[in-house]
Design a protein around this ligand. Structure first.
Ligand SMILES: NC(=O)c1ccc[n+]([C@@H]2O[C@H](COP(=O)([O-])OP(=O)(O)OC[C@H]3O[C@@H](n4cnc5c(N)ncnc54)[C@H](OP(=O)(O)O)[C@@H]3O)[C@@H](O)[C@H]2O)c1
Length: 308
């Protein structure tokens, strides 16, 4: 990466991630020198947000002065963009850092640019950038985050520098485990969202007058996260599984089978994970673990009789 006092970044793909990271660099003394997107509309909107006059739908608009080209297109377009950039013959990529923000792709997706002398790396922001939220609302949540990266040693150096500018840090991901890394991110955000929506669905079945499920459950959700942060998942675990309360768990299964039978597979799987955690915590005996396993097995295999 060329060394300058303030980093000059070209954003390719003016969606949630491009706008947010562009804005973050701006707020930290960087400069967005160009925005290229698929449509004029998103390119111009990003130009206004990122205080950048050079906006285009054409990659040829990228100025030679850019230190970093940040490709934040959907991951299906990253390789096509990399090939198109590599075909711009008059562009000298030596000393230019080029990265993409896909969680699934590695730096290999940028090979055509590495062959043209570019310093390439993957640079996946480990944060959620929901499309229904304006970038302005997402920016504060992108401060201090981790970026999942891979690349050559020069690529990794460039990644670290870019992360510093964005007030973040990098996590090197072995290329063969990239999909596993991305699956882990999916559990942390998308599965967490799905889990909270299970709470919402069950709350609707409680027969109370309260309509705002989040108001009711937010304190317990937030306290749980805070407890995990302070200690660990195992130490933060409370409740009937952690106490080895097989009878209580059996009553829960009866209630779920009656009021929300579709949730049984979810309940079985999450109870298995909770039993594993209780074992790690050392809070259940071998006999309690066996009894819990028999109960879960019965609900997993409906032809088996539920143990009494
Ligand atoms: N969303 C997340 O939570 C999240 C988190 C981490 C990483 N990522 C990754 O970051 C990347 C961007 O995600 P996003 O959520 O910001 O997507 P997005 O909101 O859909 O934005 C993608 C942008 O790329 C533009 N685009 C599409 N094809 C293009 C092309 N061929 N050339 C130039 N621009 C093009 C689109 O332009 P138009 O608006 O003009 O159509 C759109 O503005 C993806 O690889 C995604 O996997 C996403």
């Amino acid at each position: 990466m060329k060394t300058r006092r303030s980093l000059r970044i070209a954003i390719i793909g003016a969606g949630s991630v491009g706008n947010t990271l562009g804005r973050l660099s701006l707020e930290n003394g960087g400069k967005v020198v160009c925005v290229v997107s698929r449509t004029e509309r998103s390119a111009h909107a990003a130009g206004r947000f990122l205080r950048c006059r050079t906006v285009s739908t054409d990659l040829h608009a990228i100025p030679r002065t850019a230190d970093v080209l940040l490709i934040a297109t959907p991951h299906s377009a990253v390789e096509e963009v990399a090939r198109a950039l590599a075909q711009i013959e008059e562009y000298d990529y030596s000393g230019v850092a080029v990265c993409h923000t896909s969680g699934m792709l590695t730096a290999e997706a940028l090979d055509p640019l590495a062959r043209r002398g570019g310093t390439v790396f993957s640079f996946h922001p480990l944060q959620t950038f929901p499309r229904d939220f304006p970038p302005r609302a997402i920016v504060p949540t992108a401060k201090g985050i981790t970026y999942g990266v891979d690349g050559s040693s020069a690529g990794l150096r460039a990644a670290r520098r870019l992360a510093r500018v964005l007030q973040g840090r990098v996590l090197e991901i072995p290329v063969e485990r990239r999909a596993l890394y991305h699956a882990t991110c999916v559990v942390a955000s998308n599965h967490l969202t799905a889990l909270i929506s299970v709470v919402e669905s069950l709350h609707k079945l409680l027969g109370t007058k309260e309509e705002d499920f989040y108001r009711v459950f937010k304190p317990i959700v937030m306290a749980t996260l805070r407890n995990i942060e302070r200690t660990s998942a195992a130490r933060a675990l409370s409740g009937p599984v952690a106490r080895g309360g097989v009878e209580t768990v059996a009553r829960h299964f009866e209630a779920v089978a009656r009021y929300a039978p579709d949730m049984i597979p979810y309940f079985v799987q999450m109870s298995k994970e909770t039993v594993r955690l209780a074992e790690a915590k050392g809070s259940i005996s071998a006999a309690q673990r066996e009894a819990m396993a028999a109960l879960l097995h019965a609900y997993e295999n409906p032809t088996t009789q539920v143990p009494q």
